[in-house]
Design a protein around this ligand. Sequence first.
Ligand SMILES: *Cc1c(COP(=O)(O)O)cnc(C)c1O
Length: 374
Amino acid sequence: MPESAVPMLFTPGPLTTSDITRAAMNRDWGSRDAAFVAMNERVRAHLLEVVHARDDEHVCVPMQGSGTFAVEATLATLLGPDHRLLICVNGAYGDRMATICQRHGKAFETLTWPEDTPVDPVAVAARLESEPGITHVAVVHCETTSGILNPLAAIGEACERAGRALIVDAMSSFGAIDIDADTLRFDAVMASSNKCLEGAPGVGFALVRKVALAASKGNCASLALDLHDQWRAMEGNGQWRFTPPTHVIAALSAALEQHAEEGGTPGRGARYQANLATLLKGMRALGFVPLLPDALQAPIIVTFHKPAHPQFDFERFYAALARRGCLIYPGKLTVADSFRIGCIGNLDQADMTVLLDAIAEVLRELDVNLERAA
Ligand SMILES: *Cc1c(COP(=O)(O)O)cnc(C)c1O
């Protein structure tokens, strides 16, 4: 799909983008100009539509920066002095939410699972029952640390039954794995431009329940990250408080049109699922072992155990693949030595096959035969 000289990114983001998306950045926009204001409004409305949210209930507030900026802005703004957050942790991104709360002095506690184990909604329900002080629950939809899919619907049901607000880090699932505002009751869903939406990096956003956001004035100690102020200012005149990432918004606008053309979330999810199937089959044939059983694996990124073969050196493996135009990703697990390969971005099964052929070639070059070893 991408031009030959451009590397393909088999990573969790930023990702391989289409020529159309990159071309959308090839002009300048006046941040206060009506044309940009209109495009910004279209993008905000489109992002709500991706999760079937209605704009009388939820609002989309974009935030400059990477996904973490949107997560930090959301937690720092929605959580007030009378709130207590339960954070479900089974990877680095759950941990990061705990760090954010700590920095901002927000009351929180964690429930933790190993990185290869999904969040258990029964345990969440039990904790909510025993701790009436908990007002909010935060969970990562797809934990990109391992690639595991957490059971969002069941966690949402547990929160709704217990009358607690749900905050979802949907960074690596938004636009590829369905989230439906009609069936999932959430106070906030957070994501960014550069993962499954296949835009350029530089903007995050939160889809927030309006009444919760309206009640959050004064909660955020940071000026730049105050999601309430960002919302109020944008509602006032359609403009951003501070310099907007104009080109990134233009790219996201183009990327969202392509997302719709592909059939929205189901269409994009089906392509990623096909990429995943090709990747898993090919890697298993080469002798690699994925961390997760297929039932827990999201079609986003796959963690593979680092082969025990004495000749296998990840740095050399990575560099040899990079020379062939394929960029993979190091592991982030604490439980095992690993590396990761993404199946998201503007890539299809043919691209996954290019990667698999390159991996086979590199294994021969490194004199690593895993089929024999396995
Ligand atoms: C990518 C990602 C983030 C945000 O990371 P940034 O590097 O700030 O964009 C947060 N949560 C999850 C689950 C992610 O995959």
